[in-house]
Design a protein around this ligand. Structure first.
Ligand SMILES: [Cu+2]
Length: 416
């Protein structure tokens, strides 16, 4: 299995090998079991061959070493046809078996039929230097066209979110093509920086998560300020289609715990499918000691899920212009706010603030495995797995349509 073998040597993977520092980290993807079997098979196959070859080498070194007084001459040989056929055929058979076995596992997450499950949801992740943007479909479960950028030779101005065209500096000019190049580029640069950093095609109704136009929260679901650096949320047990795109250079989307990894290439939309295993830990109430173990011993991160129902939490709004949030506080100072990472220092502060338990979710690593630029090391994200109870809470309730059938997550994977 190429991806894991390649990944095993890279620094990001070594960091991501949480829990067990000597082996693969825990798998929480339904397709991951057969993938790990290939990894283990190749590991032991190559180990046995390595040990065998080295042993013969050492044996020959000793057996045919230089000794004084030895007079017999070396044997001259033209080779051995039967032996050569053997050492060609055996590796060929091994490679063919590995190739067919790998293809089956690869197809299982690249072209899985679970994408056709009525409960399947979609997520679009767009890489940029040096962050991941996470775009949710909303109740329509449609993503639509993104990463379409206007050119100075376009005959019409691009469309704005309200359906009007971007012409406010040049109301009498039908499009950038009617301006000198320099002016056209400046106008379009402004459009991309201010109105549309992700190249969303506002004229495509599929990019609109609020077709009824009634819900402000829903309408702003995928505004750039919210998409950038956002946590990936996947509903436990439901099939998830992850679509991938890039705003600038090639990135590489890697979820070590979910056994998927794919290059994110500008101009292409990659697709892959995951469904969490039944034993994937969902959100729950943790004591401070349990969280300390998660961070210090298991080397996972944990995200605080604080909302209106959390005991000892309060609602805080710094001022009218800024959005409010739920938090734990001490003497009016925020100790921990909703949807933020819990550190060891936070745990001490929570204890001092009289909090002894809180709802949290394990935050799995999302890393870029491409050396995409000088800020590459910061290009990490987080993924959490939420159950249906949490998916009914804001803001998560805006992300996906509710499941349509009871059998959520029970569709079999191909090849399993
Ligand atoms: Cu990157």
């Amino acid at each position: 299995m190429n991806s894991a073998a390649h990944a095993a040597g890279s620094p990001a993977t070594l960091v991501a090998m949480s829990g067990n520092d000597w082996w693969l980290n825990t798998n929480y993807a339904a397709h991951g079991g057969p993938m790990d079997q290939i990894f283990v098979f190749i590991f032991w196959l190559t180990t046995v061959i390595l040990v065998g070859v080295q042993a013969v080498l050492v044996w020959f070194l000793i057996k045919y070493r230089h000794r004084k007084g030895r007079t017999e001459k070396g044997v001259y040989t033209h080779g051995n046809a039967r032996l050569e056929i053997m050492w060609t055929l055996i590796p060929a058979v091994i490679l063919i078996v590995l190739a067919l076995w790998t293809k089956r596992v690869w197809d299982n997450y690249r072209y899985s039929p679970i994408g056709n499950d009525p409960n399947a949801v979609k997520i679009l992740v767009i890489g940029e230097q040096f962050k991941w943007n996470v775009i949710y479909p909303g109740p329509t479960n449609k993503i639509g066209r993104y990463l379409l950028y206007p050119k100075p030779t376009d005959l019409k101005w691009p469309t704005l979110p309200d359906g009007k065209s971007f012409d406010y500096e040049f109301p009498k000019v039908p499009g950038p093509a009617y301006l000198p190049e320099e002016q056209a580029r400046q106008a379009l640069d402004k459009f991309l920086a201010v109105n549309n950093p992700l190249g969303r095609d506002f004229s495509d109704p599929d990019t609109n998560p609020d077709p009824t136009g009634k819900d402000d929260e829903l309408a702003s679901l995928n505004n750039y300020g919210k998409t950038v650096g956002r946590v990936i949320v996947i509903p436990k047990g439901r099939p998830v289609e992850i679509q991938l795109g890039s705003r600038d250079v090639i990135h590489d989307f890697f979820l070590p715990n979910f056994r998927v990894k794919l290059d994110v290439v500008p101009g292409m939309r990659g697709r892959m499918y995951i469904r969490t295993t039944d034993d994937c830990p969902g959100p729950r109430e943790y004591t401070l000691e349990e969280l300390r173990k998660v961070i210090q011993h298991d080397h996972y991160d944990a995200l605080a899920l604080i909302n209106k129902d959390t005991p000892k939490a309060d609602y805080y709004r710094p001022n009218r212009r800024k959005p409010g949030y739920y938090r734990f506080s001490k003497d009016g100072q925020t100790v921990l706010r909703e949807n933020s990472l819990i550190t060891l220092a936070t745990l001490d502060e929570l204890k001092a603030a009289g909090v002894d338990k809180l709802p949290a979710a394990i935050a799995y690593d999302l890393v870029c495995e491409e050396l995409c630029g000088i800020g590459h090391a910061t290009m990490q994200g987080k993924l959490i797995v939420l159950d249906e109870a949490w998916m009914k809470e804001a803001p998560y309730k805006y992300y996906f349509p509710p499941p349509v059938t009871e059998a959520a997550g029970k569709v079999a994977m191909a090849g399993n």
